[in-house]
Design a protein around this ligand. Sequence first.
Ligand code: ATP
Ligand code: MG
Length: 263
Amino acid sequence: MANDQQVVGDANRRPDYDHSNNANQASTAPAFFSCWDIHAYYGESYIVQGVSFNIHEGEILALLGRNGAGKTSTLRAIARTGSPMVTQGEIWLDHQPLHNMKSHEAAQNGLALVPEDRRIIQGLTVEENLKLAQIAPPLGWSLERVYELFPRLKERRTQEGTTLSGGEQQMLSIARALVRDIKVLLLDEPYEGLAPVIVDEIEKTLNIIKAQGITTVLVEQNAIRALELADRAVILDTGTVVYDGSAQEVLENEELRHEYLAI
Ligand SMILES: Nc1ncnc2c1ncn2[C@@H]1O[C@H](COP(=O)(O)OP(=O)(O)OP(=O)(O)O)[C@@H](O)[C@H]1O
Ligand SMILES: [Mg+2]
């Protein structure tokens, strides 16, 4: 087992302190982003059952698991969407307690969720979708910078957003997050329904975003692609963490992949 693999279900290790970086700061530096013992319900259904993990700044974390494992619910719990209802747990982003915030406050503090359905606003052009995202401060990337990253969006700036191809809509939904000042990008199945060549393009942009210091949580059914891109992986099963460690280790561990990812 890799040294950086957290033993699953290790309730004694509270993950809001980063033990892995600079030895001088090891016991005192809070992790950049941490979820600690998150529990969440849809009505009576207990879905997120004590999820904990840390993310280092600038990392890409693949959040994986079979269908129904609780990946989307975990992202929604982190983004404070209100559904599922979080009943317990702490979420810290850059020293800010997101668990005490509503979704718009979490967004103002640098959290961006790009949901699976992408939520492109009907009746608005590409550029209008981007400008609408810029209405509330704090602002992030300029339109020029976004268009540099996504030349296709520039070409199609006057086209209605909902008429874009699936890949272009995914680019627009990521671009819409970037025009706000974000620290953590939560992506729910960004590769879904896209041809491999478009997945290549999205992957490239995620690497560029990473190089800018933005931290990403990537939920993907296409686990191999996600693991190849990610630094670390967390695997969920029935709403609990069953693996927390290096992405490479998951790629190399057939048993683990087979048991929890069915690949
Ligand atoms: N709005 C809801 N009301 C009740 N139960 C829900 C709701 N949304 C999800 N669930 C249930 O919560 C569990 C976890 O669902 P979730 O969508 O988080 O899984 P997932 O890991 O994202 O799966 P997938 O890979 O299929 O997207 C499932 O059993 C699902 O049926
Ligand atoms: Mg999902």
